[in-house]
Design a protein around this ligand. Structure first.
Ligand SMILES: Nc1ncnc2c1ncn2[C@@H]1O[C@H](COP(=O)(O)OP(=O)(O)OP(=O)(O)O)[C@@H](O)[C@H]1O
Ligand SMILES: [Mg+2]
Length: 260
């Protein structure tokens, strides 16, 4: 199965848009997909106008069954929402033994139910980010076309290395994903080159870019996913192309009869 954390220590680079869109692209290809919102801002519930009865914190702290905490948001796509309780949960976990393994332990019994799990995290170095890295073992770093976003990507790569070394667990960056790309801005080419250099320095592939597209804002305003608002939008086409490359590089092969 595939598990991906979507992270960049810089804010506003398209992490949440990427997490939702990639999850939907995977689900659209028949992968049973779970999207987890581990950002204490809990923005996916707001973005998709979901008001579930149970949230990530209920699943982790009260150890409720996962099926009682997720919401089906599209065919083959479940969402585990976050809310403000995520912050309180993180504070409680900080004092616990084996805290970085909390997600790994909590989701382990449910791994057979999904083909792909995608975790959206906050733009900060946090315990939840470490939990997500340890659980997913693969990271996609969205990088928008400004230099701070590339620095944030560099910081995320270093955090992943530090956590991997200190906990002796395999954490890899599956790709840098250029987001919100507008080739008509002068700086864009320079920043894309910086991304290529960063990728080359750590042997991390740069995925096909996601173009700037007003359909993303339209989808957010409509509290829906791109695929439901504008299935032919540029951004969705780009996310599909990125999903194809990612699935191939992660070695995903559709198994016959896996649903049966
Ligand atoms: N391809 C795109 N084209 C145009 N706008 C985009 C695109 N991708 C994302 N955006 C916009 O950029 C803003 C930031 O996106 P998003 O919320 O996904 O970033 P984020 O990294 O999750 O932010 P945060 O760090 O606050 O969690 C949003 O207003 C979103 O609508
Ligand atoms: Mg976000």
């Amino acid at each position: 199965m595939i598990r991906l954390m979507i992270g960049n220590q810089k804010g506003g680079v398209g992490k949440t848009t990427t997490a939702i869109s990639l999850a939907r692209c995977f689900a659209g290809r028949g992968l049973r997909t779970l999207l987890i919102d581990a950002d204490p801002q809990g923005s996916i519930a707001v973005t998709l106008r979901q008001r579930p009865e149970r949230y990530l914190a209920d699943f982790i702290l009260s150890q409720l069954p996962l099926e009682d905490c997720v919401t089906g948001v599209a065919p083959d796509m479940d969402l585990l929402c976050g809310n403000r309780e995520t912050s309180a949960m993180e504070q409680r976990l900080l004092a616990s033994y084996g805290r970085e393994y909390v997600f790994q332990k909590a989701f382990k019994p449910y791994l057979g139910r999904y083909d792909a799990i995608i975790v959206d995290v906050a733009p900060s170095i946090s315990l939840l980010q470490a939990c997500a890295m340890v659980f997913c073992e693969q990271i996609v770093i969205p990088v928008s076309t400004d230099t701070l976003s590339v620095s944030g990507a560099g910081a995320t790569i270093l955090s992943a290395k530090t956590i991997a070394e200190s906990l002796n667990c395999p954490i890899a960056v599956a790709g840098l994903l250029p987001t919100i790309v507008n080739r008509s801005y002068g700086l864009t080419g320079v920043v894309l080159q910086m991304m290529e250099q960063l990728g080359a320095a750590y042997s991390i592939p740069v995925l096909p870019e996601i173009r700037t597209d007003q359909a993303v804002a339209r989808a957010a305003r409509a509290h829906q996913m791109l695929a439901d608002v504008d299935p032919r939008s540029k951004a969705l086409q780009d996310y599909e192309a990125a999903a194809t490359v990612l699935l191939k590089s992660l070695g995903w092969k559709k198994q016959k009869g896996k649903h049966g």
